[in-house]
Design a protein around this ligand. Structure first.
Ligand code: AGP
Length: 613
């Protein structure tokens, strides 16, 4: 989750690093720091708290120099404090490190080094890295040799960035396992290192992504990539299409608000180049799906975390309905320890916005270990979940910065709809008329989404009424049941209100005891095959004095007369309705949190990408 920025080149590194860290604040942090090499000195400033405190510190006590490295920390070992903040300098003052991940064997390394007379100044696992590197370098190694030996001794998933006053023309970095990415930005007589693209996008769009167990030696005019056992590799250079502005807020108050309203564009982009409306066909070339593979697939596991898992729950309905292939959705943190029944005809489909979620990557590895076909639906270009898969679908929504996922929820719904059609088409189980009709329905989606987003002002009014609630139940059925879970998650993670999603049919088996005038109930009741069932659900809730808010299809006067508040959505083909019914819930959660004055984009305790277990 930590943010990392590095710079090597002729310019002063400090402002480049601080601006880059600002663009990574969403990754979660409780302290921050920056280090530069100035002559034969390593200068460091670091502070607990928000990045603004470090920026204030630096303005009062400037530091200039290059190369430089900076870090925003989300504590795993050692409380959030200046003492534990990165960067950490070795005892000799010659090497400095920033790090993301967990050194799982840091205690034994620390004991070994302490027994050899090394002293430690923090409780962090990170400090072990730099003390070990210094200890090895003191034996006469170059920085890169000392770094390589260090990288091969630390265990666990880690990203490490080191630099030294002895060799002030370079930065050495490594990616070991799934602790977040390493992006190397290629400039003109200068190069950049970051944990995520937005940090360096204003300087360059040409980037290299390190694979797991790779290291890079970066100078101002060269980047050499090697495996940890010293074999040089030729890295692929990617060009990032987004511009720096699209990673900024524009005229919106929060990234989340911007990203909710970007969904017309995001849905258009995720369809772009993949839907042949003329022929009524779907093309997903990066999935590498052939008729032979399609025909032998017997079962699909969809595995993900949080919002991505709820997207997978909708995908189950779509793939089973359209492609008639059995689908099981398993939360990634459970999947990896559940000894799943897998053979070569099983697909493990991971859904991940960041493509770096540790539990999801581990679930993919479990699938790989058991011989499954591995697919992923990912937003972050070049992320691990994209690179380790046999085939992938890129969400193509552009950067999602708000911690609460919105456009990276609706895009995979469309992606799984397309996947289901392609799979059925290649298996020969979809007649041409049905296929063309299903494909034609996709054309409606961006416009239907836009019509819901245009009701933002009405939704804000309902948010004003609900802003002081302490609890809320979200009920849905069928393909909209996962939208109850997702709507509840949106509310709880940004407004800190206790909210629970439930299959509506389950209410009579206990939870209905909760309903009274203090327990508002939000019913997702569009005109889909479960509409009638939801009507009786609403009646049951009203009969117990509950306040009922309904998501209902425009013109549904029956529901309008039954409930306290209504959030209208346009009629949509039922298999695409979750893309539409989730939008009012995103906006409702957003407005309640904004009205409550909360940190919508960086909710407490949360980080955008959970790269630790
Ligand atoms: C969703 O709003 C949350 N931020 C969280 O549940 C998130 O969906 C989950 O951590 C998975 O992240 P990923 O899509 O990057 O793997």
């Amino acid at each position: 989750m930590c943010g990392i920025v590095g710079y090597v080149g002729p310019r002063d590194a400090t402002p480049i690093i601080l601006n880059g860290l600002k663009r990574l604040e969403y990754r979660g942090y409780d302290s921050a720091g920056v280090a530069v090499i100035n002559g034969d000195q390593i200068e460091v400033r670091r502070d607990a708290g928000k990045l603004s405190q470090l920026i204030d510190h630096v303005s009062k006590s400037p530091l200039k120099g290059a190369p430089g490295i900076g870090h925003t920390r989300w504590a795993t070992h050692g409380a959030p404090s200046a003492r534990n903040a990165h960067p950490h300098v070795g005892n000799s003052g010659k090497i400095v490190v920033v790090h993301n991940g967990i050194v799982e064997n840091f205690l034994e390394l620390k004991e070994e080094l302490t027994s050899e007379g090394m002293t430690f100044n923090s409780e962090t696992d990170t400090e072990t890295i730099v003390q070990l590197a210094e200890h090895i370098k003191a034996g006469g190694s170059s920085l890169e040799d000392a770094a390589r030996k260090t990288f091969n001794q630390i265990e666990g998933a880690n990203v490490v960035v080191l630099m030294s006053t002895d060799e002030p023309d370079k930065i050495v970095t490594a990616r070991i396992g799934n602790a977040g990415g390493v992006v190397i930005g290629l400039g003109d007589n200068e190069n950049f290192i970051a944990s995520d693209i937005p940090a360096i996008l204003e300087h360059t769009r040409k980037v290299i992504f390190l694979e797991s167990r790779q290291m890079a030696i970066v100078t101002r005019d060269s980047v050499r990539v090697e495996t940890l056992d010293g074999r040089e590799v030729k890295p692929e250079i990617h060009t990032i299409a987004w511009d720096a502005v699209s990673a900024e807020k524009g005229e919106y108050r929060h990234f989340m608000q911007k990203e909710i309203h970007e969904q017309v564009r995001a849905l258009t982009d995720t369809l772009a180049g993949r839907v042949d409306f003329q022929e009524g066909r779907i093309r997903l070339p990066e999935l590498n799906l052939t008729p032979q593979i399609a025909k032998r697939i017997k079962r699909i596991y969809i595995t993900a975390c949080g919002t991505a898992a709820y997207a997978g729950m909708v995908g189950k309905y779509l793939i089973e309905k359209i492609a008639r292939v059995p689908v099981e959705v398993v939360i990634a943190s459970e999947f990896r320890y559940s000894d799943p029944i897998i053979d070569k005809n099983t697909v493990v489909l991971a859904i991940s916005q960041s493509g770096e979620t540790a539990d999801t990557l581990a679930a993919m590895e479990e699938g790989r270990r058991k011989g499954a076909i591995i697919w992923s639906i990912v937003n972050a270009i070049g992320s691990q979940a994209m690179r380790v898969a046999d085939g992938y679908i890129s969400m193509q929504t552009g950067p999602e910065v708000g911690v609460a996922s919105t456009k990276a929820f609706t895009a995979p719904l469309a992606d799984q709809y397309m996947l289901a059609i392609l799979l059925a088409d290649l298996r020969g189980t979809l007649d041409e008329e049905t296929r063309k009709s299903l494909v034609a329905d996709l054309r409606l989606v961006p416009d239907l989404a836009g019509r819901v987003l245009d009701t933002d002002a009405e939704i804000e009014k309902v948010a004003q009424v609900l802003k002081d609630i302490q609890h809320c139940l979200y009920l849905g059925r069928g393909i909209n049941m996962p939208i109850a879970y997702e709507g509840a998650l949106k509310l709880k993670e940004i407004s800190y209100i206790h909210a629970e999603g439930y299959p509506a049919g389950e209410m009579k088996h206990g939870p209905i005891a909760l309903i009274d005038e203090q327990m508002p109930v939000l019913c997702i009741a569009p005109k889909d095959p479960w509409h009638e069932k939801m009507i009786s659900q609403i009646q049951q809730a009203k009969a117990r004095g509950g306040i009922v808010i309904a998501i209902a299809t425009e013109g549904d006067e029956l529901i309008k007369d039954m409930v306290d508040h209504i959030l209208w959505v346009p009629q949509a083909p039922w298999m695409l309705s979750p893309i539409i019914t989730v939008l009012p819930l995103q906006l409702l959660a957003y407005h309640i949190a904004a009205i409550r004055g909360l940190d919508v984009d960086q909710p407490r305790n949360l980080a955008k990408s959970v790269t630790v277990e």
